[in-house]
Design a protein around this ligand. Structure first.
Ligand code: FAD
Ligand code: NAP
Length: 540
């Protein structure tokens, strides 16, 4: 039997960017909330990812809440791309400023969520044995929160220290005088490698797949720069809402193949200097036309060959397996130059794969690397991982993991057929990870709260995605993805980083603004594609 049972309007799982805003906006709309967070505090991604060099790749002034102008005017970012401690401090400030911590129970993991059809409520069980009942349940569990620790033979035999970038310890990790191995060269690896190299006695970078990265072009803000940004914040946000990626930038108005060589180079120079991930959007056809993409790739490769002094090493660091931008381009701070250091060795796992991990380090087919520390920068079971680790059951005891065995199936990334009154934030089928996720979190939650009000005002007790609407949305996601180069990369967008995970392109690729328009149309048409159910369990 239930040890305890609290009843609220909405249960929110997760206290990252999305969970914090959920608690704020739900309360402002007069709804009662109980939130749960497995971590010891707020912040989500920015609580867990404390590895050296962790920082955002969307500019901080954009990667911050827009719902409160006083907040954006009063908070001052110290640099273009803030580090993890500063972003966490910001989210803690937001939690305190809007008194949000009181809504959450921390260090409390949700283990199961069951829809009770008789009472039309969700029963949420936590790892302390308690059960909370909510009319609605919002999973703000994060699309990059379930860490992927690869099952390498002998992994647990290692006698040194081992850390995953996505669950980094709170106490500083001492690399000085140590032999360190980093496995993984995605964003987390590429961000941390330059800093670890500065401290370590020797750093071995275990690279399975080379990756694209562009220097951040980071710089501190002086008072004048910040004043200017604050004076034009409203316009910045307006442009962000009209954009594909949720920040105030639009691609060059002509295709990469429509311009002269000089013009193309000028545009690439400009976007290279702008820094980071945005380079994938310099030209509008870069991610849809392989010839256009190749112009970006050739430009990028020449830059890397100028930075890395050993030509053979440069070739090993240059990807040859996917078009540039079809995995998120990393935003780095000196990554490629790090390989010019004497204390850094690149281990090419394509040529010499890992055999096993043993007591003293990593054994590849080329020999043994003795290590004091192994850093797993091996990513996440993205988009579905956090949800599949909870036993979620909808109508007729249907399990979400079974429903999604062949890949996630949602309507708008927000609702799932057979799982009434359950909403996902930044879920599969939403544009979340392809855009600025602070703004996508606000976008999704504003829509969800309006939807809840609509349902409540009509005296309905359930709202549920129609199976036909789910089918149509999944078809639309696939259709849109197939017109791009994205499906050709073995990325986490496709689940390709997790052995056995179905290969399905999970995010909505049509862009932040286009998705916002669809949400408005759906709401304007009386939540088209969702069915409302009355207290007598009849359709309204
Ligand atoms: P999260 O921040 O992941 O929060 C989810 C929370 O749910 C976590 O705290 C987790 O502990 C909790 N949780 C999960 N399951 C349970 C459970 N069963 N019970 C209780 N609690 C649970 N995006 C950008 O747009 N720009 C960036 O610059 C950017 N940088 C990033 C850098 C890193 C290192 C990483 C990993 C991701 C980055 N992202 C970035 C993506 C980032 O995840 C989002 O921007 C955003 O922080 C997600 O917020 P969220 O609240 O949706 O999820
Ligand atoms: P990731 O992009 O999935 O990279 C994981 C890396 O680990 C890849 O290089 C992968 O190689 C390697 N790997 C995984 N399993 C391995 C194994 N068994 N043996 C050897 N290598 C293995 O993960 P991430 O770097 O954590 O980034 C995930 C996402 O989080 C990013 O794309 C981004 O959206 C977000 N992020 C953003 C920032 C930022 O700049 N703000 C920072 C960190 C993360 P393969 O490619 O061969 O699989």
């Amino acid at each position: 039997m239930n040890r305890n049972s609290t009843a609220v309007d909405v249960v929110v799982v997760g206290a990252g960017v999305a969970g914090l805003y959920a608690a704020h906006t739900l309360c402002r709309h007069g709804l009662t909330v109980q939130g749960f967070e497995s971590a010891g505090g707020v912040g989500g991604t920015w609580y867990h990812n404390r590895y050296p060099g962790a920082r955002c790749d969307v500019e901080s002034v954009d990667y911050s809440f827009s719902f409160d102008d006083d907040l954006q005017q009063e908070w001052t970012w110290s640099e273009r791309f803030a580090t993890q401690p500063e972003i966490l401090a910001y989210l803690e400030h937001v939690a305190d400023r809007f008194d949000l911590r009181r809504h959450f129970r921390f260090s409390t993991r949700v283990v199961s969520a069951e829809f009770d059809e008789a009472d039309s409520v969700w029963r949420i069980r936590t790892d302390d044995g308690e059960v909370t009942t909510g009319r609605y349940c919002i999973f703000a569990t994060g699309c990059l929160s379930a860490t992927n620790l690869p099952d390498i033979p002998g992994r647990d035999d290692f006698r040194g220290a081992a850390y995953h970038t996505g669950s980094w310890p709170h106490d500083a990790v001492e690399f000085t005088g140590k032999r360190v191995g980093v496995i993984g060269t995605g964003s987390s690896g590429m961000q941390s490698i330059p800093l670890i190299a500065e401290e370590a006695d020797h750093l071995y970078v275990f690279q399975r797949t080379a990756n694209y990265s562009i220097p951040a072009g980071n710089r501190p803000f002086d008072a004048e720069a910040m004043r200017e940004i604050k004076a034009t914040y409203a316009e910045r946000r307006r442009l962000s809402r009209l954009s594909g990626g949720g920040s105030p930038f639009t691609p060059y108005p002509h295709g990469a193949l429509e311009v002269t060589d000089e013009e193309r180079t000028r545009v690439y120079d400009e976007w290279w200097n702008r820094g980071g991930v945005l380079f994938s959007k310099a030209f509008p056809d870069q991610l849809t036309d392989l010839d256009a993409n190749n112009t970006a790739r050739v430009y990028w490769e020449n830059k890397i060959r100028q930075i890395v002094t050993d030509p053979e090493l440069a070739e090993t660091l240059i990807p040859d397996d996917h078009p540039i931008g079809t995995k998120r381009i990393v935003t780095d701070s000196g990554y490629f130059a790090t390989f010019n250091r004497d204390n850094v060795t690149l281990v090419d796992l394509r040529r010499t794969p890992i055999d096993r991990i043993n007591e003293s380090g990593i054994a590849t087919t080329a020999g043994q690397y003795d290590l004091d520390i192994i850093v797993y920068a091996t990513g996440f079971d993205a988009m579905t991982g956090a949800l599949s680790r909870i036993d979620i059951r909808g109508r007729g005891d249907r399990r979400l993991v079974d429903e999604w065995a062949a890949g996630p199936r949602t309507y708008l990334g927000l609702g799932v057929s057979g799982f009434p009154n359950m909403f996902l934030v930044n879920g599969p089928g939403s544009p979340g990870p392809l855009a600025n996720m602070v703004l996508t979190s606000e976008q999704h939650l504003d829509w969800i709260v309006d939807c809840i009000e609509y349902v409540d005002e009509r005296g309905a007790v359930t709202v549920e995605a129609d199976p036909d609407a789910v089918d149509a949305w999944v078809a639309e996601l696939n259709e849109r993805a197939s017109t791009t180069l994205f499906p050709s990369a073995n990325s986490w967008y496709l689940g390709a980083n997790i052995p056995g995970k179905p290969r399905v392109f999970m995010p909505f690729i049509g862009g932040f603004a286009a998705y916002g328009q669809i949400l408005d149309e759906v709401a304007g048409a009386g939540y088209k594609g969702f069915a409302l159910g009355g207290p007598d369990r009849k359709a309204l």
